[in-house]
Design a protein around this ligand. Structure first.
Ligand code: ASP
Length: 603
């Protein structure tokens, strides 16, 4: 028997009991005749005491950090109790000590606040995982997994596995490909998601499917993405959008309760994509705070003539002028506003500058463009923005998309600075009615905003059927009849992060064909890539729809972190490398030969 108890289990009620513990040495301290060892396992830390005066032989053992020990002894009351430790009322007076395995000195300390950098931690991830801070995240991940399964199981969902070696059909992201030895010159692809399989399962009659599943996307890794990540992937047949929203709102609420003990009883608000873009400049708005966007250009003519002929080129010449009111910040100093100006000029934001108006508590207005605006014009502008006394109005002007993105980032930044984005304050939101298409400028064609299986809103189907997808006037693509076709698609947003997205699917063969054509695919190409799906739709496909949640992100948010890597046992770094395995790596000539592959420098 290696142990009778774990290192996190013993309490004052165990005093007098003889126990055997096994674990790792966290720390050794010598104080006179007594040597104290903190013994650690997954469950906690227990203090062992070796008393040289009673058992000098125990001190013959050489010990160091991360040695694996087995100790037998009696639970005794601790003289100096440690309230921070669950086992802090007791210690073990050791009678027998055995080293089960030695350890060389670890490259960093196994403590919550380790001083090791990311690369070192990832190289020795198996040691990093011993740290309580990381272990807590892995445990939370399992709790989320269990809660999702419990909920879906209760509702009759089946967990059905789908294959990882599939056919390459790049759409959206790039596929990872796998050469086939048995079919020389041919390649599998790893799934970007089980999308088509779950739809086929609906055709097969498995009307409630889920899977907690790995997905693979060969994307350039923007901040905090992983080339392989996990989804809670779900699909239902004979459902309308409303059924999906209700079912999965329920799942997230169940997870909140099971994992965090939070009773999230509020109805999850819903917002159309148009509204989200207008009010927040963002399709995944953080609605825990206000500071909504004010579009000064749109309203300007009608509402405040004083501004119209200001001669302020920055506003007059801009495609758009957007503002936010930051409450209670009219006392910002020159230094603080200068610093914000630098912030919007950073390459990630990319603005040329920022204007501002301070709405004094005494009814005065001060701006960074006083030369052009008199007091009446500033007052009109402040009124236009709905500003209150003591607000600081921040204004960005420039091209439509860049300015919108920038002000939306600035809004989040101000939310952070004012402490309005606390990680333990959870606010869900559905964003709905996304555009079906997105314009791909380089190719002058439409691409699917979600994926090609998403159905248009019923009253927009006709517009798609009746109009050609061809874009004859690229500069005015927004006027094309397709630009405003909305989809039966929805995203679930948590605190400004998209945690899930899905849609009601196309289930008629001809509409699906029309969709492929709209994306610029020829009939042959559509048949080559998706013939199996089009074929299946000929055999009685039921109406269906689904959603997939980003499992890693959901865990990170519930754990109060921004970084999904902290919630993945063996993650990759920002260049997609596993620094522990040193992967990806080259393979030897024999392997290449077997695959019939010869490497050649990129053209
Ligand atoms: N397969 C989709 C995705 O990965 C989600 C869905 O539509 O269910 O984004």
């Amino acid at each position: 028997m290696y142990r009778s108890h774990t290192c996190g289990e013993l309490r004052a009620s165990h005093i007098g009991v003889e126990v055997v513990l096994s674990g790792w040495v966290q720390k050794v301290r010598k104080m006179g005749a007594l040597t104290f060892i903190d013994l650690r396992d997954r469950y906690g830390i227990t203090q062992l005491t070796l008393d040289e005066s009673k058992r000098p032989e125990l001190l013959n053992t050489s010990l160091g950090r991360e040695f694996v020990l087995q100790a037998k002894g009696n639970v005794i009351e601790r003289s100096s109790k440690n309230a921070h430790l669950a086992t802090g009322d007791i210690e073990i007076e050791v009678t027998e000590l055995k080293v089960l395995n030695a350890s060389i000195t670890p490259p960093f300390t196994i403590e919550d606040d380790t001083d090791a950098g990311d690369d070192l931690r990832m190289k020795y991830r198996y040691l990093d995982l011993r740290r309580a801070a990381v272990r807590k995240n892995i445990e939370l991940r399992y709790a989320v997994n269990r809660a999702a399964r419990e909920y879906l199981h209760e509702l009759g969902f089946l967990d059905i596995e789908t294959p990882f070696l599939i056919k390459s059909t790049p759409e959206g992201a790039r596929d990872f490909v796998v050469p086939s030895r048995m079919n020389e010159g041919e390649f599998y692809a790893l799934p970007q998601s089980p999308q088509t399989f779950k739809q086929l399962l609906m055709v097969s009659g498995y009307d409630r499917y889920y899977q907690i599943v790995k997905c693979f996307r060969d994307e350039d890794l923007r901040a905090d993405r992983q080339p392989e990540f996990t989804q809670i992937d779900c699909e239902m047949a004979f459902v309308e959008q409303e059924d999906i929203l209700n079912t999965f709102e329920g799942m997230i609420k169940h997870i909140f309760k099971a994992v965090k003990g939070i009773d999230y009883t509020d109805i999850v608000p819903r917002m159309t994509w148009d509204e989200a873009m207008r009010r927040y400049g963002n399709d995944k708005p953080d609605i825990r705070f206000g500071m909504e966007l004010q579009n000064l250009k749109v309203k300007r003519e009608a509402l405040y003539a004083p501004m119209a002929n200001s001669g302020f080129q920055v506003f007059d010449g801009a495609e758009t002028v957007l503002a936010i009111n930051v409450p209670g910040c009219s006392n910002y100093t020159r230094k603080q506003t200068d610093e914000l100006i630098e912030w919007v000029k950073r390459p990630q934001i990319g603005m040329g500058g920022m204007a501002f108006v301070k709405v004094g508590t005494d009814g005065t207005f001060k701006s960074s463009f006083d030369k052009f605006f008199d007091a009446a014009a500033l007052e009109a502008l402040a009124k236009q923005c709905g500003a209150q006394a003591d607000d600081l109005i921040l204004i960005l002007a420039g091209t439509e998309e860049k300015t919108r993105k920038a002000i939306s980032e600035l809004r989040l930044e101000m939310g952070n600075r004012l402490g309005l984005r606390k990680s333990d304050h959870f606010q869900l939101l559905w964003v709905m009615d996304f555009p079906l298409f997105e314009y791909a400028e380089e190719e002058n064609r439409w691409v699917a905003r979600h994926h090609p299986f998403t159905s248009p809103k019923p009253d927009h189907i006709q517009r798609m059927i009746e109009n050609s997808p061809v874009i004859t006037d690229p500069a005015n693509y927004l006027n094309h009849p397709y630009a405003d076709i909305k989809a039966n698609a929805y995203d679930m947003v948590l605190n400004g992060n998209e945690i899930g997205g899905g849609s009601i699917r196309i289930f008629q063969k001809d509409l699906q064909q029309k969709m492929f054509a709209a994306l610029g695919m020829s009939e042959e190409e559509a048949n080559h890539k998706f013939g199996f799906l089009l074929g299946a739709f000929e055999y009685g496909a039921p109406p269906h729809g689904g959603i997939a949640f980003g499992f890693d992100r959901l865990c990170a948010l519930l754990g109060g972190s921004e970084t999904i890597r902290d919630f993945i046992a063996f993650p990759k770094n920002n260049s997609g490398r596993d620094v522990m395995l040193d992967a990806p790596s080259s393979i030897d000539d024999k392997q290449l030969n077997e695959l019939g592959i010869r490497l050649q420098p990129k053209a």
